[in-house]
Design a protein around this ligand. Structure first.
Ligand code: NAI
Length: 328
């Protein structure tokens, strides 16, 4: 029997993992996020299961090694929260490369439709018995151009959805994908030609703040910027400035660069101390969701199945097909 320290547990994780885990894994569910202050909770465990806002940095890795924990199973696709170089040779890092690209792609289109047709505002209005249409005009998506940055699994499904709306589809990706049903262009062309720009690439050191003052400057006036990928791909300061000047027409954000201590938690009784997030939330043409794009029943089951299989393969010495290795 192997014991797994499961960090940042939410009720929906507990449900799917408890239902799908076999008798060889004993899962200890902790609500705390994994970081230097909480890593001691993993002492006496054989493995760790972590999520997007857990921090697997040098200190955490060294501590886990000291406790004899040999594996961190990420229950997500992205691994920008892991110091991979430091983990190399100390701890095996496993992930879930794909669970439901549909969940994220459909949420992306949900953000676009809500922003464009102002559904978030109509919902509030009609509850207040205000049936006026003033200020609710949107535009047809048909024949508009969407620029997709990152045309992997999610980017391709999102392109298919956009195709269904009759949109023109542009893509930028250093590694073109044969499944992508759009036209590949260079980044500057995509920025200059798109009515809507949607991010679907992983966060790396190189593309941090890919959306910044200079790249926003190259975009069409009134562009919609949608980020369901990772917060730090977008400079929040530059985005706020772009929205204030009217260069950016709307923003749909499922991720935020300073989300780590906020997202997934209920702070509704407290004053929000993050001024940039407060500004974004106050804008009528911005929608922030708290990293929920993945959250469908199908995705939760797929995440649990793959994570549990990754751990079982590790403990039984099998090949680790979902291992993240340095310098890919
Ligand atoms: P994927 O690995 O299938 O595709 C990523 C694509 O991005 C690849 O084709 C890659 O070549 C491309 N890429 C890498 N660097 C790039 C750059 N600088 N510019 C343009 N393209 C670049 O990954 P998948 O499954 O499509 O996921 C994409 C991202 O979505 C993940 O890395 C993760 O950050 C995010 N995500 C967000 C979720 C949410 O709940 N909001 C859930 C799951 C993933």
């Amino acid at each position: 029997m192997k014991t797994i320290a499961f960090f940042d547990t939410k009720p929906y994780d507990r449900e799917s993992f408890s239902r799908l885990a076999d008798e060889n894994l004993n899962i200890r569910f902790f609500e705390n996020k994994l970081n230097a202050d909480t890593v001691s909770m993993a002492a006496c465990c054989d493995g760790v299961c972590a999520f997007v806002n857990d921090s697997i940095d040098k200190t955490v890795i060294d501590k886990l090694e000291e406790y004899g924990v040999g594996v961190v199973a990420l229950r997500c696709a992205g691994y920008n929260n892991v110091d991979l170089k430091h983990a190399n040779g100390k701890i095996r890092i496993l992930r879930v490369p794909a669970y439901s690209p549909y969940a994220v792609a459909e949420h992306t289109m949900g953000l676009i439709l809500t922003l464009n047709r102002k559904l978030h505002r109509s919902y509030i209005r009609t509850r207040d018995h205000n049936f006026s249409l003033e200020g609710l005009t949107g535009f047809d998506l048909k024949d508009k151009t969407v620029g997709i940055i990152g045309t992997g699994k999610i980017g391709c499904v999102f392109a298919d959805i956009c195709k269904g709306f009759g949109m023109n589809i542009l893509g930028f990706d250093p590694y073109p994908n044969e499944n992508f049903k759009g036209e590949y262009v260079d980044l500057d062309t995509l920025l200059a030609s798109s009515d809507i720009i949607s991010l679907h690439c992983p966060l790396t050191k190189k593309n941090t703040h890919l959306i910044n003052r200079e790249t926003i400057e190259k975009m069409k006036k009134g562009v919609y910027i949608i980020n369901t990928s990772r917060g730090r791909l977008v400079s929040t300061e530059a985005l706020i400035e772009g929205i204030k000047t009217g260069k950016v027409g709307a923003a749909g954000l499922d991720v935020y660069e300073e989300e780590t201590t906020l997202f997934f938690e209920d702070y509704s009784e407290e004053v929000l101390l993050d001024d940039k997030l407060s500004t974004l939330i106050s804008m009528p043409n911005v929608i922030v969701t708290s990293h929920q794009a993945f959250l469908t029943r199908e995705a939760l089951d797929a995440i649990a199945k793959t994570t549990l299989q990754n751990l079982t393969d590790y403990f039984s010495g099998k090949e680790l097909i979902n291992e993240v290795v340095v310098n890919r």
